[in-house]
Design a protein around this ligand. Structure first.
Ligand code: 13P
Length: 251
């Protein structure tokens, strides 16, 4: 049985005061989230304060990106060891915003996936097609290519303890959610492509859905058999909405 994971991706949002009230709100209601794992992936600079606030609670924390390098002359970058210093458990890699706006390639994302695992943290590997790719009917090829880059670099076993987030680019921040069936179809495809290589990995890997998941639509998405949680953008910035989603993941 896979344990669902709801992770908030705060993206470039937050402030010291705002984060405090958001986390206070989440912690006030987290007792009702019995079975799902919960995490927040926050801007680097807020990691120390978020870590201090969440330590000893059932909410884990993580980052939204990381350098492939261990240390040295890489101005503006953050190394895995620095995230480990602050007990980050998760690191998002290959978010579509990083792929599109910052030119991250499948190969670079696969390298990041590897350094995160090597540091003992859990990578959340984001994959997903653009609207154009969906209209061309190549959704499966796109997600397969993105996942195969990781398999080629690190082997299929490297996905056993990872998390995959299927985030159709056209659904991110648009309010246009994939229908539960559209999402389920891609999740089932991902699991079947992995099963061809390793059935145990395919059965065990957590596959989140992301893209305009919110308090209203979470329950029906999370009811689908291959949707094991969510990677939540906008709705993770409101404690009440985020908690509603987390509770919908109780199994
Ligand atoms: P939204 O939930 O704001 O659509 O963002 C989804 C996302 O990109 C999470 O990583």
């Amino acid at each position: 049985m896979r344990k669902p994971l709801i992770a908030g991706n705060w993206k470039m949002n937050g402030s010291v005061a705002g984060n405090k009230s958001l986390l206070d709100g989440i912690l006030a209601g987290i007792g009702a989230v019995k079975t799902a794992g919960v995490a927040v992936c926050v801007p680097y600079i807020y990691i120390p304060e978020v870590a201090a606030r969440l330590q000893g609670t059932s909410v884990a924390w993580g980052a939204q990106n990381v350098s492939t390098e261990a240390k040295g002359a890489f101005t503006g970058e953050i190394a895995t060891s620095m995230l480990v210093d602050f007990h980050c458990q998760y690191v998002i890699v290959g978010h579509s915003e990083r792929r599109t706006l910052y030119g991250e390639t499948d190969t670079l994302v696969a390298t990041k996936y590897g350094v995160v695992r090597a540091a003992g943290m859990t990578p959340i590997l984001c994959v997903g097609e653009t609207l154009q790719e969906r209209e061309q009917g190549i959704t499966e090829q796109v997600v397969a290519r993105q996942i195969n880059a990781v398999i080629q670099a690190h082997g299929v076993a490297s996905l056993a303890k990872g998390v995959i987030a299927y985030e159709p680019v056209w659904a991110i921040g648009t309010g246009k959610t994939a229908s539960p069936q559209q999402a389920q179809d891609v999740h089932a495809y991902i699991r079947s492509m992995l099963a061809k290589q390793d059935k145990t990995v395919a059965e065990g890997v957590v596959i989140q859905y992301g893209g305009s998941m919110n308090a209203q639509n979470a329950a029906e998405l999370l009811a689908m058999p291959d949707i094991d949680g969510g990677l939540i953008g906008g709705a993770s910035l409101k404690a009440e909405d985020f908690l509603t989603i987390c509770k919908a993941a109780n199994r």
